[in-house]
Design a protein around this ligand. Sequence first.
Ligand code: SF4
Length: 230
Amino acid sequence: MRTLDAAVIRCRACPRLVAWREEVATVRRAAFRDQEYWGRPVPGFGPADARIGILGLAPAAHGGNRTGRVFTGDRSGDVLFAGLYRAGLANQPTSVSRDDGLELRHTRIFASVRCAPPANKPTPEERDTCAPWLHRELTLLRPNLTVVVALGKFAWDAWWAALEPVYGIRPPSPRPVFGHGASVRVPGAPVLLGCYHVSQQNTFTGRLTPDMLDAILTGARHLAGVDLSA
Ligand code: SF4
């Protein structure tokens, strides 16, 4: 996994995203002006033998693109890591920087697209260009990965596109519809759980509450057979 992580951070395959991630890293937000931004693709985070995968959309411009760790240093991450901590899957409830001591248990977080996109919206071409990075990561996780939580519809769709290259399985047709709490079990592949994205748009409006997130993460932990007392 380390080889993959080291390779992905050098990728420059999407001109628009390379330009954006580097511009954001140069201009910076006023609150972070004294910080050096990462400004590169953001690799997955968590153990390589994880049983649970959390699949997101893409790094945030001033979150992962600033700190270099997925979901770290932004409001979405605050919600996600607090939930992972409550579910017993993280050793602390906060995630602020790459050296903050955070460790995930049995869980790895990764994005469908590895560079921060303008307005959080990658183009279909950028999604497809980045997909092989996701597929390579899933291939490495494959021996132990039991459950994948898709945060939002973009990640849900990215999962189905990964089934054939990673597992040699044709995705169901028609594709299962994304919804919060949706669960799909395709023989030979991890169980897929749908969860509303932990974005402020969802958490500030109450569309996704802490209880709703807890139900998904605890459900994933049970499905993965993770024994926290071990
Ligand atoms: S989005 Fe993915 S494929 Fe495109 S430059 Fe970033 S890492 Fe490379």
